[in-house]
Design a protein around this ligand. Structure first.
Ligand code: TXE
Length: 477
């Protein structure tokens, strides 16, 4: 069994403790043993990053761009192999895993270009003998804490801008998906990046994650994960005035109006089961007006019942297993809760036997639910969605906004008037018209409102706001 240590200061270092990583599609497949680190390893990584910071910051933009391009090149070349690892340890289908590997490569390519476009501004001063210059400098050393559901894509969209704008990095991936992080670290290690600029420390959130958040040499924390952890990180980071950015959960509404194209609406709703429903942008509350309600529920139930659940590597598979036993039990508890709250389980929600022992659950669809039920208020993070009936557009909009979350919101309608109104009035960071609530582009801002996000947006040119500090200079010639 291969054992993987941490990548610190330009070298792989064996860890004293290890944690085995199992394939959720086949629990007999032990993927590897990965470092289970302590606070000492975090300190070493933070020190390595801080020591590398002055030199990396002074490195020219062409060199930074070339290194990011080189990372992208290798990722594009090895998309199938990387995607296989992504699917093997997370359980998403091979198509989803390879798609994520390809997207991650695109992100590195994009930020290679952005390194060259970090423009400043000049302004006249109110004092005529002075000139004003507004420039962006690197934030410094950043701690990146990432979840298991997009275990390659999320690190990519944090690491690439961090490096592009001259920051040094310590990555703490989810303990459920260290394999993809090691593969990415290995590619980054070969890119010509000076030692210490990128570091990887694996281990638990409570020990490694918390130590990273608390370390005085870490200038900023970018986190994606649950709201509860995000709150803890925010409180810790504020205590020492470190900059932080949080991307957290969602309870994303998809509104389906009477005049919607039924096929498009069903396609959009069924997209909630991609990655086994384990995506923060999935539409888990489907709010449907009365005129189309029954036809829509029947068509969606038929579609959901036909989803083929199986091993992530099986080409027939449309939905893989859920990520682990903890998540599986959480999904099952919510399915029972939904029934006991009075929701009608239309289809799915059952454990499935497959030739390989894994965390297989049939996709679940509830109908006749209300927005006050816990299944419609709390993030489940599994293949479970619920339909809520609404009288008209106004009621549907009010229900869509009646949530503590605000990541993504969608509407299916043929009415330009309602679509435009929804775009303006949905309380969400991202709004989709006749398109699934999940599935964001990489060159435009990603993020939400309310309890879904905190701090500047990620991705695209907006990523610069987190990874740089603005400096205003007044110059008398
Ligand atoms: O999340 P955590 P988990 C939600 C989803 C899921 C639930 C639990 O509802 O069922 O969270 O998943 C690190 N200081 N989402 O347990 O704990 C942790 O090691 C610093 C939604 O995986 O938030 C991991 O690297 N770091 C979300 C990362 O934080 C800490 C995606 C996320 O783990 C830490 C993932 C601490 N004290 C989960 N404790 C989305 N919406 O995209 C943990 N971590």
């Amino acid at each position: 069994m291969q054992s993987y240590g941490n990548f610190i200061g330009g070298e792989w270092r064996a860890a004293s403790e290890i944690r085995p990583n199992l394939n959720p599609s086949d629990l007999n497949d032990r993927i590897g043993d990965y470092a289970e680190s302590g606070t000492a390893e975090v300190a070493l990584a933070a020190e390595a990053a801080a020591a590398a910071q002055p030199r990396w910051q002074a490195t020219g933009i062409q060199t930074r761009a070339d290194i990011l391009d080189k990372i992208a090149d290798e990722m594009f070349r090895r998309t199938d192999e990387i995607g296989r690892m992504v699917s093997r340890e997370e359980g998403k289908t091979l198509a989803e895993g390879i798609g994520e590997a390809h997207r991650s490569a695109q992100i590195f390519r994009f930020f290679a270009g952005e390194a060259m476009r970090n423009m400043g501004e000049t302004a006249a001063s109110v004092r005529p003998d002075l000139a004003v210059e507004v420039t962006r400098e690197p934030l410094g050393t950043v701690g990146l804490i990432t979840p298991w559901n997009f275990q390659l894509g999320i690190p990519a969209w944090k690491i690439a801008p961090a490096l592009a704008y001259g920051n040094c990095v310590v990555l703490k991936p989810s303990e459920l998906t260290p394999g993809s992080a090691c593969m990415l670290a290995d590619i980054i290690a070969r890119s010509g990046l000076p030692e210490g600029v990128f570091n990887l420390v694996m281990g638990s959130g409570a020990t490694v994650g918390q130590a990273l958040v608390d370390h005085p040499l870490i200038d900023g924390i970018s986190f994606t994960g649950s709201v509860a952890t995000g709150e803890r990180i925010a409180a810790s980071a504020v205590r020492r005035m470190a900059r932080f950015q949080l991307e957290m959960g969602g309870k994303n509404p998809l509104v389906v109006l009477d005049d919607a194209d039924l096929k498009i609406a069903v396609d959009c709703a069924a997209a909630a089961y991609t990655v086994s429903g384990q995506r923060c942008t999935s539409s888990t509350r489907i709010i449907v007006t009365s005129g189309i309600h029954d036809r829509f529920v029947a068509a969606l139930a038929e579609r959901v019942a036909a989803i083929k659940v199986g091993h992530a590597f099986d080409p027939e598979t449309e939905m893989g297993p859920v990520v682990d036993e903890v998540q599986l039990q959480k999904d099952l508890r919510y399915i029972e809760l939904g029934k006991s709250e009075g929701g009608r389980l239309v289809v799915g929600g059952e454990l499935l036997d497959r030739p390989h022992r894994g965390h297989y659950l049939s996709p679940a669809l509830f109908a006749e639910t209300t927005n006050t039920m816990r299944i419609n208020r709390e993030e489940i993070f599994g293949p479970v969605t619920a339909v809520i009936r609404a009288g008209d557009y106004e009621e549907a909009l009010a229900l869509a906004n009646d949530t503590t979350y605000g990541l993504s919101a969608g509407i299916c309608t043929g009415s330009l008037k309602h679509a435009r109104h929804f775009v303006r009035h949905a309380q969400a960071g991202m709004v989709m018209v006749n398109a699934p609530t999940g599935g964001a582009d990489y060159h435009v801002p990603f993020g939400g409102r309310k309890r879904s996000s905190y701090g500047p947006r990620e991705q695209g040119t907006y990523a610069r706001d987190f990874y740089t500090c603005v400096k205003t200079a007044y110059i008398r010639p």
